[in-house]
Design a protein around this ligand. Structure first.
Ligand SMILES: Cc1cc2nc3c(=O)[nH]c(=O)nc-3n(C[C@H](O)[C@H](O)[C@H](O)COP(=O)(O)O)c2cc1C
Length: 172
């Protein structure tokens, strides 16, 4: 059972989060700038993360290299998504990047795992919210950094259980 975490990050926040998630899942960690199409395919659980920029856009490196993901064969692939955003300043596009990645991988036949509750957040709209829950892990280091550690730990725990990952000591 192997796990790959692929992230993009402009100013380092999502990179630091990705490192923590990869450590907790004992996963291979790759920046999207270094990822090849095979990296999306050659794992049992694929974890993708991006901050949201512009107004509801993917981070630039993701935008520039989205073809690498679009070219991947993801039929039946189990995919977990995470993202960072700022719900106070960007209340109408909070963590939209998670929703953008979601739609791309779902169109390619992936199975989304790691949904989370929208409870505890305060935003107006988010592409990451579907049927009353987030399609991944939403983090707000700008306004709710004190909640991040617990949110990551709970998500890792959730994935370890749902994916039956052979991890005993959680390090998140
Ligand atoms: C110009 C700019 C635009 C942003 N747009 C959004 C947005 O639309 N939605 C959102 O949730 N966060 C938005 N953010 C907040 C970032 O996603 C957030 O600060 C994130 O943690 C940055 O991650 P990084 O350090 O990995 O680049 C924006 C930030 C900046 C500076």
């Amino acid at each position: 059972m192997n796990v790959t975490v692929i992230f993009g990050s402009e100013s380092g926040t999502t990179k630091a989060i990705a490192k923590r998630i990869a450590a907790g899942l004992q996963a291979k960690l790759l920046d999207i700038t270094a990822a090849k199409t095979a990296d999306f395919e050659q794992c049992d659980l694929l974890v993708l993360g991006s901050p949201t920029y512009g107004i509801g856009d993917l981070q630039t490196d993701w935008e520039d290299r989205i073809g690498t993901l679009r070219n991947a064969t993801l039929t039946g692939k189990r995919v977990a998504l995470f993202g960072t955003g700022d719900q106070a300043t960007y209340a109408d596009s909070f963590v939209d990047a998670i929703g953008i990645l979601h739609d791309i991988v779902v169109e390619k036949g992936a199975v989304i795992v790691g949904h989370t509750s929208i409870e505890g957040y305060d935003y107006v709209a988010s592409l990451a919210e579907r049927d009353g829950r987030f399609v991944g892990l939403a983090l707000d280091e700008d306004g709710q950094s004190s909640k991040t550690e617990k949110r990551i730990a709970a998500w890792i725990d959730q994935l370890v259980k749902s994916e039956s990952l052979p991890i005993t000591a959680l390090s998140a």
